[in-house]
Design a protein around this ligand. Structure first.
Ligand code: RBF
Length: 171
């Protein structure tokens, strides 16, 4: 897997903005709960580490990854959040449903990004084995939840930068 070459809890590139002013929703699938709860914790801790306030983070759980899209839509419409992090684990070796679920969630989440013009982050692991999932849920390859949280913060930082530039040039 390509993420073997990247630790999911170490970050390069642009600086990670402070998240104190933003409100976040985390929608997590209960399927493979041992792993998704570790990913959820990673995302939550990372948001807090970068300045988000506990009271500005809403967590909701859905039964499986297939339900992440609708869960995120409810979050967008009723949670008045700035960004949403979707967390799930679909293990290829365990299910013939793998392709259906992964395709549906990837397309569903992409559509929500466009529909709400807000970052809706694909924090879904799609490993071949349970062990590979554990490696990416706080194990030797870091935590995908950390990476998803940083992605949400960076996308909000990008959005904010356009607002600042707009003010500077006065249009
Ligand atoms: N949901 C996941 O988040 N990860 C899985 O690996 C996963 N595997 C599934 C395998 C089968 C055979 C079925 C029926 C469902 C699976 N689901 C999985 C649950 C799915 O996302 C959804 O919650 C259910 O299909 C709703 O009935």
């Amino acid at each position: 897997m390509s993420s073997e070459l990247k630790n999911l809890s170490t970050f390069e590139g642009t600086e990670i903005p402070n998240a104190a002013e933003w409100k976040f929703g985390i929608v997590t699938a209960e399927w493979n709960h041992d792993i998704t709860s570790a990913l959820h914790k990673g995302a939550l801790d990372t948001l807090l580490k970068h300045g988000a306030k506990q009271e500005n983070i809403i967590s909701k759980w859905v039964p499986g990854s297939f339900e992440l899209t609708l869960g995120a839509q409810y979050m967008a419409e009723m949670g008045s959040v700035d960004a949403i992090i979707c967390i799930g684990v679909v293990i290829q070796g365990d299910t013939k449903h793998f392709d259906f679920i992964c395709d549906a969630v990837a397309k569903g989440i992409t559509n929500l990004n466009m529909k709400y013009n807000k970052p809706v982050i694909f924090g879904v692991l799609t490993p071949n084995t349970h062990e590979q999932a554990v490696d990416r849920a706080g194990g030797k390859h870091g935590n995908k939840g950390d990476e998803a949280a940083v992605t949400a913060i960076k996308m909000l930082g990008m959005k904010e930068s356009f607002k600042k530039e707009k003010k500077k040039v006065g249009y």
